[in-house]
Design a protein around this ligand. Structure first.
Ligand code: MN
Ligand code: MN
Ligand code: MN
Length: 289
């Protein structure tokens, strides 16, 4: 199970553990020919990734992942093929980053009050190596402090919804996130639809709102997807007239089931999202399918 196309990945610029250049090198080693870097709320890793991709002969698709709050629930939109210079996109992302930073500060306080030790904020900032601090960084910190065995346990006991370190925030509105991506010339992809574990009626309404707001595609294949999940996502794509995308959601080599390119190919009955990218050489991705 391997794909030469991987359109959802993270670097140290958000909550991944490889630098943008190292991410590209690992992609090459693993046989990935077209890679999208889709860090949470930031495009700061794109120049370094683009430079490495140019040297290695990888097609780099500029991307970003935006958290959206819709009807009190969160889902993620991946923007692919974006112009990272676009002012509407950058202003929007800057606002979301400030919300994320405020959330992280509050999480550090709450976790300290819950007995996780002191100096959490300084240490999580050091671990994050940058401006963006997410829940995955707190999970790694709790593992490092020996408070949990692995990041999953950290989410289950301390970071997940309703747990002691959880801080609820309002992310972007659906319409504005869509607008930022489209103003930047990108395609809006509903990310990992089956990972949220929402009741199917909720997911269905969410997807319909996404389509109503102008959404372009849905991630039919994500890291760890089994055949049943791919079939379910394919059915959503076809029912809603959405194109399909695929991506591992790679964060770290420590999670081999999410490694770069370790995903099934896109089913043939789904229109690939890149069909609408006129800037990409016609045969480029299709021959790698
Ligand atoms: Mn992440
Ligand atoms: Mn996501
Ligand atoms: Mn992601």
């Amino acid at each position: 199970m391997a794909s030469k196309i991987d359109l959802h990945t993270h670097s140290t610029v958000s909550d991944g553990v490889l630098s943008p250049a190292d991410l590209v090198l690992r992609a090459v080693e693993r046989g990935v020919c077209a890679l999208a870097l889709t860090d949470h709320d930031t495009t700061a890793g794109l120049p370094a990734a683009q430079e490495a991709a140019g040297i290695c002969g990888v097609v780099l698709i500029p991307g970003v992942e935006i958290s959206v709050t819709w009807s009190g629930r969160t889902f993620h939109i991946v923007g692919l093929g974006i112009d990272a210079e676009n002012a509407a996109l950058q202003n929007g992302l800057a606002r979301i980053r400030s919300i994320r930073r405020q959330r992280a500060r509050e999480m550090a306080h709450k976790l300290e009050r819950a007995g996780m030790g002191s100096n959490l904020w300084a240490e999580v900032c050091e671990l994050a190596q940058g401006e963006l601090v997410g829940r995955a960084h707190f999970a790694r910190l709790l593992v490092r402090r020996g408070l949990v065995r692995d990041p999953n346990e950290a989410f289950r006991r301390y970071l997940g919804s309703g747990r002691p370190g959880c801080v609820e925030v309002r992310w972007a509105n659906l319409d504005e996130a869509m607008d930022w991506i489209h103003q930047a010339g990108g395609s809006a992809v509903f990310a990992h639809p089956l990972q949220y574990r929402y009741p199917s009626a909720v997911l269905k309404r969410m997807l319909e709102a996404f389509v109503g707001a102008g959404g372009d595609a849905i991630e039919v294949v994500t890291g760890g997807s089994n055949a049943e999940q791919i079939a379910a996502a394919t059915a959503h794509a076809r029912r809603l007239g959405l194109a399909g995308s695929l991506g591992s959601d790679f964060h770290t080599p420590d999670q081999p089931w999410n490694d770069l390119g370790r995903i099934s190919p896109l089913p043939e009955c789904v229109t690939p999202v890149w069909k609408r990218w006129s800037w990409l050489p016609e045969t480029c991705l299709t021959e790698w399918l």
